[in-house]
Ligand binder design. Structure first.
Ligand SMILES: Cc1cc2nc3c(=O)[nH]c(=O)nc-3n(C[C@H](O)[C@H](O)[C@H](O)COP(=O)(O)OP(=O)(O)OC[C@H]3O[C@@H](n4cnc5c(N)ncnc54)[C@H](O)[C@@H]3O)c2cc1C
Length: 531
């Protein structure tokens, strides 16, 4: 069963090791376990629904509580403290396009607001209902979760848009194929959510971001339906896929998506290397990209992340041995970890490995083989579970991300980190900040920063601390050459910063498109644009 106020399945527990608590105590002080409300207490807070009985709509308090919030830090604070605010009035679980059409028709007629809901893993407030006069209906797509068509020759697979990562991959693997899309939220996020929020996965360097994988689909909108055929290529005017991607539930509900899939690679390897310092790692990664090697992943941790993650990465004894070895090889606390994923035919992987390690060697890297990479791969979807344990130790965790060009990267990264680490100085609180480059491109890279601070004695103060940090760093991102989001989308939390990026006319174009698809403004109001 899914946790109602945290990450993942209740049967999976992945706690930070005792060393992590010691580490954080030294960095930012001892945490204090907050007083969380219980599920029963939260249920009692669900108000009476404004819906009259409807065969497709559940008004059960449990359904409404589960769909009230996503996975952002403000969502966690709200759920854990009981300051949940607005709940949807009802939740529908359509199983067919016809049922989606009926729900949209009903909402359009009655002025009901609709929130399309995939896995609810949004970290920017995408699926949170806002207060208003009209009832809110959350449309949970989880029953539209089947493979509908598989075209072997074209390497295309069509799915119901509510299919979650593990089910989608399982169905493809049964045919020796993969989509190759692995966001860290893979366990719970869905195909429709990936498309609507322009998701990026851990192996998108090889397989491509969702933009490259989304070949066509079917959208049900208040103004009508749209079918986008999966042509191999087309010059027939603007590409409607580009319009639907990133529409964040404002244009309608994507019910089906046709995806470009790949055959499973003959070989996939993940190598770990340590560089004496960050810039050297960046230069090596950039050369590997320029050499156009068949890499499926490049992930470079800054020294602060390397220091944070190493103690969490395996048994203490093995980590101590590794640290001793790296010290002998003259690496100090400035060392940075680079993970290099290579996939494809055996022969090609071997040649690429040779080239990649040669490039790394020219940048004074210490290669430690594949064991570390295997361990990382094994735990990659378990890492989000650490948030549950850290919260219970009294620490709030959040992540944010952007992308910029290579020239701007060092400056932007430094300013983002210092705005966070110094952001609570005025109240004498420390913030532990660490960063990695999760996706690299020929022209630049994403910057993915995590930060941890102590939970305050009351939830209002914990939230205020988040607001101070988020505002400071978001302003830096948009004024210093970064995009407000590389992969998490806009939702509610990034909305104030979008205009800086799109400009006045750009925002008007987006608003016009919303009106065209949804003349009465019933679809996911208040997200992406301000109405
Ligand atoms: C621990 C954690 C790790 C994460 N890691 C990554 C990562 O590595 N990469 C990444 O890109 N993101 C990541 N995210 C963010 C999040 O998982 C993505 O934004 C994901 O794409 C959301 O998918 P979802 O199915 O959960 O969508 P939801 O959160 O349910 O919805 C997101 C948006 O899409 C809309 N939507 C959903 N389904 C449909 C549909 N069928 N039709 C129309 N609109 C729809 C919703 O209305 C909403 O606006 C992470 C989140 C968490 C909590």
């Amino acid at each position: 069963m899914r946790r109602w106020n945290g990450w993942g399945d209740t049967t999976t527990v992945h706690l930070p090791p005792p060393e992590a608590e010691e580490f954080l105590k030294k960095k930012i002080g001892a945490g204090k376990r907050p007083l969380d409300i219980t599920y029963e207490q939260a249920l009692k807070m669900v108000p009476i629904s404004r819906f009259s009985p409807h065969p497709l709509i559940s008004s059960k308090p449990g359904d409404r509580l589960y769909h009230a919030r996503g996975q952002s830090l403000p969502d966690w604070i709200a759920l854990r403290s009981g300051r949940i605010g607005v709940f949807p009035d009802g939740v529908a679980y359509p199983a067919t396009d016809e049922e989606v059409r009926l729900l949209i028709k009903y909402a359009n007629k009655t002025g009901t607001k609709i929130i399309p809901y995939g896995g609810g893993t949004s970290v920017v407030g995408h699926i949170n209902p806002l207060s208003g006069e009209m009832p809110v209906l959350t449309v949970d797509m989880s029953r539209m979760n089947r493979m509908l068509h598989f075209d072997v020759a074209g390497n295309l697979a069509t799915f119901g848009a509510g299919i979650a990562g593990p089910d989608l991959e399982a169905q493809l693997r049964a045919r020796d194929c993969t989509l190759g899309h692995f966001p860290q939220s893979f366990e719970l996020s869905t195909l429709g959510g990936w498309i609507a929020a322009r998701s990026c996965g851990q192996q998108s360097l090889g397989y491509g971001r969702i933009e490259r994988l989304f070949a066509g689909g079917h959208l049900e909108a208040p103004a009508g339906s749209i079918d986008i055929p999966a042509f191999p290529a087309s010059a027939a005017g603007p590409d409607l896929r580009e319009i639907i991607m990133g529409s964040e539930g404002r244009f309608g509900i994507l019910t089906q998506a046709t995806m470009r899939v790949s055959f499973l690679p003959e070989k996939e390897e993940l190598h770990a290397l340590f560089f004496p310092e960050f810039n050297e790692g960046c230069r090596a990664a950039s050369e590997m990209l320029q050499a156009k090697l068949p890499l499926c992943m490049l992930r470079l941790s800054c020294s602060n992340e390397t220091q944070t993650m190493l103690p969490l990465s395996g048994s203490k004894k093995l980590v101590d041995i590794l640290e001793c070895y790296l010290t002998l090889r003259r690496l100090d606390e400035n060392k940075c970890l680079l993970l290099v994923g290579i996939s494809g035919y055996d022969k090609i992987v071997r040649a690429a490995r040779h080239e990649a390690l040669d490039i790394a060697d020219n940048h004074r890297a210490v290669y430690i083989g594949k064991t570390f990479g295997k361990q990382w791969h094994k735990n990659r979807f378990r890492t989000p579970y650490l948030r549950n344990g850290l919260w219970e130790m009294g620490y709030a965790v959040d992540t944010l991300e952007t992308a910029t060009d290579w020239d701007n990267l060092p400056d932007l990264l430094e300013q983002m980190e210092s705005s966070l680490s110094e952001g609570l100085n005025d109240i004498g609180e420390k913030v532990h900040v660490f960063t990695h480059l999760s996706q690299m491109y020929a022209g630049g890279s994403s910057i993915y920063t995590s930060y941890i601070y102590r939970i305050a004695d009351n939830p209002e103060e914990t939230l205020r601390r988040w607001q101070v940090l988020k505002q400071a760093v978001s302003k830096i991102i948009v004024t210093k050459g970064g995009t407000i989001s590389h992969q998490h989308g806009v939702g509610y939390d990034h909305l104030p910063y979008l205009k800086m990026e799109k400009g006045e006319l750009g925002m008007k174009v987006i608003a016009d498109m919303c009106r065209r698809f949804d003349p009465r403004g019933i679809m996911n109001p208040g997200k992406l644009i301000n109405r």
